[in-house]
Design a protein around this ligand. Structure first.
Ligand code: BDR
Ligand code: CA
Length: 310
């Protein structure tokens, strides 16, 4: 069983990642922190609380994170995730409150209390992770790894070369990478292959429990954005759940271990992740990069997780 802290910005795909982390017996979800990204920090925090209420997990400690990226202003993805950040379904109002401490302190407390190393999963911009490692460098060794959704080895989804989470806070990602914490990257190379097809959504809805229905509604809304012909997708890529799926069942993925860095100054490429695929630089390996996924088994895993709420 892997102990994790999930730092997320729900966000439709973040919500599915959260659901899987709660459902899976392979994962022990110690705490959840909210990041500013897909929506404002107030909304993403409220969405964490609403999702955990729906999932019946009102005892998991939750904290709100930084209000904005390290250097630049916050840019949100309302065009993808709607006005609430989780448009498309009716979620219950939060039945519990966030802790009265910031995300970095909840992460620190959780690590201090754990007798074994904890994995930090980041499915939004890296702001909270970067601040945590800056404020509490003494706790770095209590992190087993950081598993994150972000970046790509090729195309971007927000600008031609840059993925959204890296676009929002490139300096944060740079800071995290430079600490040398072992990284696992679920970038667009793999997440664009992690597509949920319309028939899968129908099957999720037919599971019939309230969680499965809400996830099906969320996927229907999320599909609106990704059904635009420019993407050329048959279904909806659910990026963030790849992180949790990798922790539950790494055999679903093909990966390579390489050096990872990020561009923070390029005029066209600020936020582009740089993977030394052909090992041209001689820089040390610091990341495992997920490149391919067994899509059918991934959908089976989500199905299995949804049945945990029967
Ligand atoms: C990432 O950006 C957000 O819209 C998603 O939640 C995901 O974390 C994909 O680029
Ligand atoms: Ca996200």
């Amino acid at each position: 069983v892997k102990k994790i802290i999930l730092d997320c910005d729900p966000g439709h795909d973040d919500a599915i990642a959260l659901m899987m982390a709660v459902a899976s017996p392979e994962i022990d979800l110690l705490a959840v922190t909210a990041s500013a990204g897909n929506q404002t920090p107030q909304k993403t925090l409220n969405n964490v609380l609403r999702m955990l209420t729906l999932l019946g997990q009102t005892d998991i400690p939750v904290a709100g994170g930084n209000q904005k990226p390290l250097l630049q202003n916050l840019q949100i993805a309302e065009s993808v995730h709607g006005e609430t950040g989780l448009d498309g379904t009716e979620l219950p109002e939060p039945a519990f409150a966030a802790q009265p401490i910031p995300a970095v302190e909840l992460i620190a407390q959780t690590l201090r209390a754990s007798d074994e190393p904890v994995t930090l999963v980041v499915t939004g911009p890296m702001t909270n992770a970067a601040l945590f490692l800056s404020v509490h460098p003494e706790l770095k060794d209590k992190l087993a790894q950081i598993v994150f959704m972000g970046g790509a080895m090729g195309l971007g989804n927000w600008t031609p070369q840059v993925e959204f989470n890296m676009f929002v806070d490139p300096e944060a990602a740079k800071l995290v990478i430079d600490t040398g914490v072992p990284l696992v990257m679920a970038g667009l190379d793999v997440t664009h292959k992690a597509q949920i097809l319309p028939a899968d959504v129908t099957a999720f809805r037919e599971i019939g429990n309230p969680v499965a229905k809400a996830i099906a509604d969320l996927l229907d809304f999320y599909h609106i954005y990704y059904s635009q012909p420019k993407w050329g997708f048959k279904g909806t890529p659910v990026h963030d759940p790849c992180t949790i799926a990798w922790l539950i069942e790494p055999t679903l993925f093909d990966t390579v271990k390489r050096n990872l860095d990020i561009e923070t100054t390029g005029t066209l490429t600020r936020g582009e992740t740089i993977i030394d695929y052909y090992e041209l630089t001689g820089k040390p390996i610091n990341a495992e990069i997920l490149l391919d996924i067994d899509r059918t088994k991934f959908v089976d895993l989500i199905t299995q997780c949804l049945h945990a709420f029967d």
